[in-house]
Design a protein around this ligand. Sequence first.
Ligand code: GLC
Length: 490
Amino acid sequence: MSGKFSVKVLHVSPECAPLAKKGGLGDVVGALPRALRDCGIDARVLMPAWPGVLDTAREKFYLSVRPVAKVHVSLNWRVLSANVWRASVNKLPIYILENDELFSDAGIYPEDQNAESAESMIFLSYAAFELSHAINWKPVIIHAHDWPSAVIPSALRWHRHYKSMAHDFDTVFTIHNMAHQGLFKPEDLNGWGIMPEAFKAMAPGSLEFYGLVNLLKGAIDNSEAFTTVSPRYADDIQTRDGGKGLEGVVSSNAHKLHGILNGIDCTVWNPRIDKLIPVNYSSDDLSGKKKCREQIMREFGWEDDGRPILTFVGRLTEQKGVDIMLPALADFVPNFARTIIVGSGSEYFNRALSEFQSGREDSVHTVACFSEEDAHRAYAASDILLMPSLFEPCGLSQLIAFAYGTVPTARATGGLADTVKDADADNDGDGFLFYDYSTTGLCDAIERALAAKKDDARWHEIMLRGMKKDLSWRLSAEKYADLYKSIIDS
Ligand code: GLC
């Protein structure tokens, strides 16, 4: 970026770590705006006060003593209001919307998606337009993320009232996952204040998609620019497999599509200073990693016989490749390796996991619900991270694994293909990759990783290459800053 310039950008998201987090989106929205501030951008966040959020903010993140404003939004024939609180997480200003009725679901995302259950997300989105009047700080760019705030770019075109603000705001939209598109019935638009013209199939910027409203489609068409969280995923979503039906819409908007890789928050994911792991370590001295392993083994009641630990951290979903991973693991565990699995998912996968564990208790440890602390300790204690994703917009686990000297074994898709280099194919490789989405594909990669592990010197080099990568948000934030600047300049 040439010189520093200060532009006001509001990120709108239902999750923002450490206040509320369900997955990678929360990590990104907690970290990217802060990195943008280091580039001289006045980035701030707007999020809901899900249960517990205000308490955490009050305890640790300088919550204002009273609400700093109140916003009102007309939605579904009512006027809904929320108090706006202000918190500060490492100097990042976060505006938090308090309305106990709307934001009562600690799970954040509704199980059944319909107009009623999505009211919280539409409110959040429209509150972004109202905020600037209420607090005397006006963003020039509103940066929306995924389906929950995807209505924002479309509302500036099609909302009865907000279309009058089209010249006030530019919009950037980031796709973290193409699998959730925000599908609703056409009649839902009315209660949201969106004009019926928005549903005419041939209208430019229409929300219509095979007879349904598709919020992602609207955001792609109506934003000034849209981004994916890795360059490879920007290509993937232009194909039939990756586009999930929207490949045509994406391709015809490819001129304003940017793939920008996520980083990780190196103040949180850093074995040198991590307070959640038993012993700190770094690439200069790996003895702490060994101690992290010993400690976890003691806790699990495992005797260390040198078998490598293969770890998985993430949601147990189809996207993450759990269906090919469990049969692949069965080939190696318990005879050649042990495994730690941190994460939960659908009932189907939860059951499959406990069936896999039964009879292998001496070699399989599962943490059935996502726990930040267990995740940190698992990364630190493990040798190999498994990421056999069916698709992966970016993936944060492989980046974290690099930082902790845990070697990723991953499927070459999306952000995994952008960040992991196969150590058998390249002299400067830092992981192991497979291409074919199958149990045999994964088994082959695990086998190669385990073979490499037997050669101490080689393994050490592979680990160090990962640990020495610059995984911070700095480079990515500069790219977003350039993007904002190009939007404003045009
Ligand atoms: C979603 C994607 C993941 C990405 C994260 C943050 O969770 O599935 O690949 O890393 O968002 O952008």
